[in-house]
Write a protein that binds this ligand. Structure first.
Ligand code: FNR
Length: 389
């Protein structure tokens, strides 16, 4: 809740505007947002945002998994007062919702991550900054102001560079480290392949590298003088397919921040994470962008939650498209959801205001779903609130 006002009251603001002859400037349905973003973007960025791996089967499966669970609302309960606020690994948030790490956002809007970070922070929604940002993590931290923020690490080749990213994130006030594990190589993405479109090769989305003292020390000339050499070096260090479980001990020593592993889909991997002193996991298949045919995250969630027990905070992303979807993930044991593509539709269509409207709508839907299903807080939302369709 922001200043004690339930998020659901957003609708009254809109209807009151209607009495004064105003209708919302932005889309109010998710389908309209998606269509507006699709229409606005050029082919390259459009394919990058909307595309998935291979036949895009995992991307579809993520959405379909949510349709297979239905909410069973309960009646005659006082739902006038509601609280959605929560705290995860020391970070307080007004609702169990965070912005998923999304890189290279300047291909969607000129202000890129800065617009998204400002929109999230204005609502107190934690912003997860990607290593592959179009702006540096320090610039994004400044855009967040006092807003909560976590840093997402793509574990690069070279311990010194990895340590530098982590140290910079700590210094810039990030309070959680999300290590994305599912991108040890880039997935096979036909839409991007068709246009031979990879923005990083045009120096877009590599700001964190170009600004990094360790990265710069490995270059024959500063990136400002020889951008091609910097891109070449980036290509060599970006992905690190050699990383294994044993390397986590090294990472654990680098930082006091809570560490979450993003991309966990198997219960045994959750158990391994807990045994290695990890604090949380994000059940994710990268929005179906990495392994075509991968298990839908909502299908993977119950097994991971059971394996995690009380040892790990379990979060989920991939396919969350509405407040109802968030409710279902929370009911099946996720502590919070990460919002990915829908926030980027907002960014593409209307920059900071677009992301803000998307987030407010999403939070309003979640609050109203909670209330209208008979709940006043997240604690009472368990698996018994759902049935298999
Ligand atoms: C991503 N995702 C991602 N993940 C990550 O850890 N670092 C990154 O830089 C990116 N970049 C990125 C770009 C784009 C355009 C998309 C769509 C996704 C994955 C992201 O964090 C999240 O897992 C997915 O977006 C979830 O899927 P949906 O719900 O957006 O379909």
């Amino acid at each position: 809740m922001t200043s004690g006002v339930p998020f659901g009251n957003y609708q009254y603001e809109i209807y009151l505007g209607g009495m004064a002859g105003q209708v919302p400037e932005h889309p109010m349905s998710w389908a309209q947002w998606e269509a507006a973003a699709e229409a606005k973007l050029d082919a390259g960025p459009r394919g990058y945002l909307f595309g998935g791996a291979g036949t895009e089967d995992a991307m579809r499966a993520n959405l379909e998994a949510f349709r297979r669970w239905r909410i069973v609302p309960r009646m005659l309960r006082d739902v006038s007062e509601r609280a959605m606020g929560t705290e995860i690994l020391g970070t307080a948030m007004p609702a169990p919702v965070l912005m998923a790490p999304v890189g290279v956002q300047s291909i969607l809007h000129d202000e890129g991550e800065l617009a998204s970070a400002r929109a999230a922070s204005a609502l107190g929604v934690p912003y997860i900054a990607s290593t592959a940002g179009s702006h540096t993590l320090e610039q994004i931290a400044a855009a967040c102001g006092d807003g909560p923020r976590w840093y997402q690490l793509y574990w690069p080749r070279g311990e010194e560079l990895a340590a530098s990213f982590v140290a910079r994130a700590e210094a810039a006030g990030y309070t959680g480290l999300v290590v994305t594990l599912d991108t040890s190589l880039l997935g096979w993405r036909p839409r991007d392949l068709t246009g031979a479109y990879l923005p990083f090769l045009e120096s877009v989305g590599i700001a964190n590298y170009l600004a990094d003292p360790v990265f710069r020390s490995t270059l024959p000339a500063p990136p400002e003088e020889d951008p091609q050499a910097a891109v070449g070096q980036f290509v060599g260090v970006f992905a690190n397919p050699t990383v294994t479980w044993d390397d986590l001990a090294w990472l654990r020593e680098q930082t006091k921040l809570p560490i979450l592993l993003k991309g966990i889909l198997h219960p045994d991997d959750a158990r391994e994470a807990a045994a290695r002193g990890i604090d949380g996991v994000v059940v994710s298949n990268h929005g179906g962008r990495q392994v075509d045919g991968a298990i839908a995250t909502l299908d993977a969630l119950p097994g991971v939650v059971e394996a995690a027990g009380d040892d790990l905070a379990v979060l989920l992303d991939s396919g969350v498209r509405s407040g109802a979807d968030a409710f279902k993930a929370l009911a099946l044991g996720a502590r919070a959801v990460l919002l990915g593509r829908p926030a980027m539709w907002g960014l593409a269509v209307a920059g900071e205001q677009g992301v803000r409207t998307v987030l407010r709508s999403f939070l309003a839907e979640l609050d109203l779903t909670l209330a209208l299903s008979g709940h006043t807080s997240l604690e009472s939302v368990g698996p018994e609130t759902l049935v298999r369709a």
